[in-house]
Design a protein around this ligand. Structure first.
Ligand code: GLP
Length: 283
């Protein structure tokens, strides 16, 4: 028997952007963690794309619990993070590397050599960015990419007017993004001006994108990204042309969406979501 490829669950469904509205942020976190866990169980060598920020913290907490309580095994899993600040060493507690170590990697049985982030201290940025793209390709591409959304609609650090075909590269952060990330650094002055980020094109190459957005502060930008026109002005809107994108939101983040009732109907009727319905209502 020839096995053509080892596909993660849900990958049979193509060319769709689906929105799942969960009653609370906690249930949204649980659902996303479950989707990642099921992918890892179905494909132990899964390549996970990971994000930082406040939003995914609850997902990482839940994954750590699933590892502890249900022996969810990450020993064959590889991860690639979306971005890293420029000029911030991995050892700096504010680096995305330290954040990931703290929030997830130290709590699960993943091999350190299988966890990848861009090197924010690289002297040759062009080579670093090209090498990061190559490492993703050599790993077989990203099976499931977890994403948050910035208040200006950015994915990773793809600020407004980033090309929707962009690849990993250095990027200057907008004042708005620096302000959004200031709480992690203490003061605005301490937030780096630039970062290395996967490009929108890099993200769109992932086999499955999961965008998680919770809280009322994300409601307006989510409307623009999901139901507005596709535009480089809101880089997350590029997900509208992704082959498989699942947007998981809580009621507060969903507040401005016009198609809410249809999304609820799809989640309630599509057979693939049947195993997840009780999980969503349980929290
Ligand atoms: C940063 C990250 C993004 C993240 C965004 C939203 O800018 N580079 O990947 O999605 O913040 O962050 P939060 O989840 O804290 O709202």
């Amino acid at each position: 028997m020839v096995i053509l490829c080892e596909l993660p669950v849900h990958s049979q469904k193509e060319a769709v952007i689906e929105v799942i509205i969960c009653p609370t942020a906690e249930s949204a976190n649980h659902l996303v963690a479950q989707l990642i866990a099921d992918t890892v169980r179905a494909k132990p060598r899964a390549v996970l794309g990971l994000a930082t920020g406040k939003t995914p913290e609850g997902v990482y907490e839940r994954l750590a619990t699933l590892h502890k309580e249900q022996k969810l095994d990450f020993s064959f899993t590889t991860t690639f993070n979306l971005d890293e600040y420029l000029g911030v060493a991995a050892s700096n507690p504010q680096s995305f590397r330290s954040t990931m170590d703290r929030q997830l990697f130290s709590k699960i049985n993943i091999k350190r050599e299988n966890t990848h982030l861009p090197n924010g201290m690289a002297s040759d940025l062009e080579s670093e960015c090209a090498a990061y793209e190559k490492r993703i390709m050599d790993a077989g591409g990203i099976d499931i990419q977890l994403l948050g959304i910035g208040l200006n609609g950015h994915l990773a650090f793809n600020e407004p007017m980033s090309s929707l075909t962009s690849r990993t590269r250095p990027k200057s952060l907008t004042p708005e993004t620096r302000a959004q990330n200031a709480p992690f650094f203490g003061t605005l002055d301490q937030v780096p001006a630039r970062a290395i980020t996967m490009g929108v094109g890099t993200i769109l190459d992932s086999r499955w994108c999961i965008l998680l957005a919770t809280g009322s502060s994300k409601a307006e930008i989510l409307l623009k990204a999901i139901e507005g026109p596709m535009s480089a002005a809101v880089t997350a809107s590029a997900l509208q042309m992704h082959r498989r994108c699942t947007v998981v939101v809580d009621e507060s983040a969903a507040a401005w969406l016009q198609m809410k009732e249809y999304y609820r109907w799809v989640f309630a009727t599509e057979p693939e979501w049947a195993p997840y319905r009780s999980l969503v209502t349980a929290h």
